[in-house]
Design a protein around this ligand. Sequence first.
Ligand code: NAD
Ligand code: UGA
Length: 413
Amino acid sequence: MKISVIGTGYVGLTTGICLAEMGHEVLCMDVDEQKIANLRQGKIPIYEPGLEELLSKNNLTFSTNIQEAIEFGEVVFSAVGTPMGQDHKADLKYVKAVAKSFGKHAKDYKVFVNKSTVPVGTAEICRKIIKEQTDQKFDIVSNPEFLREGTAVQDTLHPDRIVLGTDSEKAKEKLTELYQQNKEKILFTDIKSAEIIKYSSNAFLATKISFINEIANFCEKTGGNIEDIAKGMGLDSRISNKFLRAGIGYGGSCFPKDVQALIETGKEHDYSFEIIQATEKVNLKQKSLLFHKLRKHISDLNGKTIALLGLAFKPHTDDMREAPSLTIAKLLAEEGAKIQAYDPASKHPLNNCTSAEEATQNADAVLLITEWPEFQELDWSKIASTMKTPLVLDGRNFLKNIPEKFTYESIGK
Ligand code: NAD
Ligand code: UGA
């Protein structure tokens, strides 16, 4: 099939490349000229394992021309950003702009598929915008995306489910043909349900994390080992062991923004999400936990050197959006501490060292922020000899075999 994908960020680019891999003829479009120029040379603008290799194997067309993009595909995906606005709601300006262009340039029947995470009712807003531009017949599908950064290719080629919200039989047939290889994973719903499935999935996972973090905090007061507890809970298949890793809170471009957007959408409909508000509150507190632990060991941080290992919101990505490292670094800076940080992928200015060894040199304490596998391979005896004080606070319960000479603390134990 001929497919157009508007927006070549994490979602659009992965979708486009994976659809090409599945045998479709794909055009990817973005307003960012630099991004498209790089993509034409086979360079991908994000850190995503396996994506560049897949791009080199397939033949995609890249464009900055919206008219060409809309005219190209019989199915047009919109995968533009829906960032958090000032009011904490999802900002729909990019989605609305794509809908308008679709209406302006669709000269024959096409299916408009929204992949961005959008509040319930957005498809209807898009339908109205498109109808203002054209009398041409079209259909709308809500096809939320569930990929994770770092495993985006696997998640897209082998998804747990493909949610398709539509009221059109013709669109159902087209999308079934498009997702032929994963046909058995398709769940058809009405449009509003599909939109809500996305937010409730993210809010549920975020709630699982805040829940286990609360139990971890309780363990620190009472005794008990959060890892054994998560294991004991997770063996119940109704609970499952996934997303029960206690730590210093969730970050990233999605959970924080989607949790807040859902709370705001609730308010618009005169509904107050009590559990989800608590999820958010617990997470905000959890992000500064490691800083407060550190303060118990070093009451005056002014002039002290603190090493941060890992900065990205999780390993295998360079993404720093809403990362707990940012909260911790801000608190440390406010106290006058000197930060020496190392992350294998982040391009953030905070990443001021080129190795873990350099970051820990002369440090008064090490904070493990992101569980990059290479941090498990460090020679801690050697590191101890270069530090001022052998103190390690592990925010992800990740480090193993830390020598006895260290004061070592983790979460929920
Ligand atoms: P992103 O910011 O990485 O990419 C969005 C792209 O859209 C940018 O390249 C931007 O230049 C482009 N764009 C904006 N307006 C445009 C227009 N009018 N025409 C063409 N291109 C335009 O965003 P992302 O992370 O890919 O997220 C996209 C959506 O998918 C969001 O709603 C997000 O919540 C959702 N989502 C993201 C992930 C993830 O892991 N990143 C996972 C699931 C869902
Ligand atoms: C998340 C969802 O997992 C995807 O399904 C979804 O598509 C995506 O958001 C989105 O809507 O954009 P992602 O943000 O890439 O994906 O990352 P996750 O692997 O879910 O991790 C999110 C955060 O939760 C990270 O900061 C991670 O450290 C934290 N986390 C995760 C925990 O603290 N404990 C856990 O047990 C799991």
